[in-house]
Design a protein around this ligand. Sequence first.
Ligand SMILES: C[S@@+](CC[C@H](N)C(=O)[O-])C[C@H]1O[C@@H](n2cnc3c(N)ncnc32)[C@H](O)[C@@H]1O
Length: 297
Amino acid sequence: MRIGGEGITLTDAHLKETERRSETFTLAIAPLAGRHGVCFVVSPLNIRSKSIFYGNFRNKADGEFFQTAIKRFRGIFGSVYANDNVILFDRTLGFRRDRELMQAFRHEAKSDQEKSLLLRINTLAWAGQQALLTEGDFVECGVWRGFCSSVIARYLDFGTLDRKYYLYDTFQGIPEDQDGEGHNSPLFREEGLYESVVERFARYPNVRVIRGKVPDILHVEAPSRIAMLHIDMNSSAAEIAALDVLFDRVVSGGIIVFDDYGWRGYRAQQLAEDEWVGKRGQRILELPSGQGLLVKR
Ligand SMILES: C[S@@+](CC[C@H](N)C(=O)[O-])C[C@H]1O[C@@H](n2cnc3c(N)ncnc32)[C@H](O)[C@@H]1O
């Protein structure tokens, strides 16, 4: 998952902001040192937030073109969802009628970046619910501040379930020997990160926040039957290592979600994961959100 620090940690000083307050529409362009810029568009949800776009907004003209294009879309289609590098129009987005999901999302999403992730959260919420039709525990490899898993835990009222949720992270970032693709971020090493995640899940007696490197830590403590596995470590080496240990433990009908699978900047993951899963005669579905989805057989 792209987060601040990978080209999107922006302060107001970074932003040259053009702001137009018409029809909940605001856009700001962030010309950054690297390839990635960020464009903020006010969410069409009734959540007051800026929506985050990642991309090659290298100059003001590109950003203004993007702004104009979305505005035209709105004019043509009336209803446009624009967030997290997804632009959808004329869609029902019916999951927004799921009160529990939207409440859980609103409760846990604090930053603009988190608020931009509704489509990904919808995938995980679906995966979590489907996983409840099978036996086994829930696992997330790559937790960071615990955002995704906190929404799912709240949505499923996880504390009432007879299952465990295992959350693995170094809480120190991507280990050096696994960061071949260069996606580490200082934000993954925030001071007090582990403690804050433990605190975030304190209300759930059945959520285990486990500090350690994947795959090593999985040999110390990991469930034998997994209903849902969310892999989000921003490293193909780490993610393949997780599959090596955990894939066979995912029950038939269990769900695996690969967070970065379809993102161009994370292509190494898709190539490695396709090859790994292909050898087992299965195939990952690339979702418009950029996630990869596999129903284990
Ligand atoms: C993009 S963040 C995870 C985001 C998280 N899923 C969320 O809901 O916001 C990636 C995380 O993977 C962790 N990570 C990367 N490689 C790891 C490894 N080998 N073992 C454990 N954690 C790892 C990093 O420390 C970082 O916190």
